[in-house]
Design a protein around this ligand. Structure first.
Ligand SMILES: Cc1cc2nc3c(=O)[nH]c(=O)nc-3n(C[C@H](O)[C@H](O)[C@H](O)COP(=O)(O)OP(=O)(O)OC[C@H]3O[C@@H](n4cnc5c(N)ncnc54)[C@H](O)[C@@H]3O)c2cc1C
Length: 291
């Protein structure tokens, strides 16, 4: 199917893009890599009067680390993250997740910001943002605001972004040198969206968990932050029993539906297994030993 007619703009700067959005309101749609938007246009699920293509804007795709914190430009493509050598150690969850996304064709075009803004409950980056308690930086012609990941996802394909805003950057703070994460994903075949996936990030201090984040993919109407499971870890030594209890609580937080990929019961059990497995890997990585 062909998309409905629209006016295509390729602004030369972020300010120009923001100006177009403030004029057009919700009649305009931002396009980054086009990997989700173009199928929506072709199916006519989206029929914007204008598409504002920000994919070629410069200065919005970098990755930088400063005093333990991390910034990733919204236009960083999945492949840029997968191959970035800066993103090892405490940030190993980034290349690990990127590698699980789709296939090389999609990873070459799709962006981290586009994926977060698309807010597909089966999208992989949303859970990583929740596990990392990331700050998502939005700009409009009125200025900048920071939205915590936990406040960003509002429902299936729905976010806290206003129509005149562009997500420019992801920021993650880390208070500890001993941090590690992991992303585990079950898919029916290579390149598929998740049947179930789990993002886990921990920080350790004095042998105890000082910070824990767990995000769940494809087991509810949006990516889910497993808050009770996170709380069960913080301040505790991560023994097998503590990890097993966190995994049980995370499975309880999942709200999967039975479908061709598996029963709800099966998916909940995969959450439990992946939280346990992810925590073991994340803790080993935080300690600097191979898992
Ligand atoms: C065959 C196939 C398989 C896939 N498999 C997976 C998978 O396994 N896991 C997974 O997570 N994803 C998967 N995806 C989706 C892929 O990750 C997309 O790249 C991603 O969802 C959208 O990124 P994009 O840059 O292409 O965004 P676009 O398609 O350009 O935009 C998506 C949405 O976000 C908005 N948007 C984009 N950027 C911004 C911004 N900076 N600020 C404000 N709004 C913005 C757009 O208006 C649009 O509504 C798959 C896609 C395809 C086609």
């Amino acid at each position: 199917m062909f998309p409905a007619a629209f006016d295509y703009r390729s602004p030369a700067s972020l300010d120009e893009a923001l100006g177009l959005l403030s004029e057009q309101g919700d009649a305009a749609k931002v396009m980054a890599g086009g990997q989700s938007l173009i199928p929506l246009l072709k199916l006519r699920f989206a029929q914007p009067a204008m598409v504002v293509d920000i994919g070629r804007l410069s200065g919005m795709s970098g990755v930088s680390r400063n005093n333990g914190s991390l910034r990733i430009g919204a236009l960083a493509r999945h492949v840029d993250i997968e191959r970035n050598k800066e993103l090892g150690g405490a940030w190993a969850i980034f290349p690990e997740t990127a590698h699980w996304i789709a296939d090389p064709l999609v990873r070459n075009q799709g962006t981290i910001g586009g994926s977060i803004c698309h807010a597909d409950p089966s999208g992989d980056w949303g859970s990583v943002m929740l596990a990392l308690s990331a700050d998502l930086v939005a700009r409009s012609s009125k200025g900048e605001r920071v939205i915590h990941a936990a406040d960003f996802f509002k429902g299936p394909f729905e976010t806290a972004l206003r129509p005149d805003e562009i997500l420019t950057e992801v920021r993650v703070a880390s208070g500890s040198k001993s941090a590690g994460g992991a992303y585990n994903k079950l898919e029916r075949k290579v390149g598929d969206f998740a049947t179930v996936a789990v993002a886990v990030q921990v920080e350790l201090e004095g042998g105890k968990v000082s910070k824990a984040g767990i995000g769940l993919t494809a087991v509810g109407p949006m990516n889910i932050k497993a808050v009770a499971a996170e709380k069960a870890l913080v301040g505790r030594e991560p023994t097998d029993a503590v990890v097993a209890e966190a995994a049980r609580l995370a499975a309880e937080a999942a709200e999967p539906k039975s479908d061709v990929r598996g029963s709800a019961e099966f998916k909940k059990d995969i959450v439990r297994v992946f939280v346990q497995r992810g925590l073991k890997t994340a803790i080993a990585r935080a300690k600097g030993v191979s898992a």
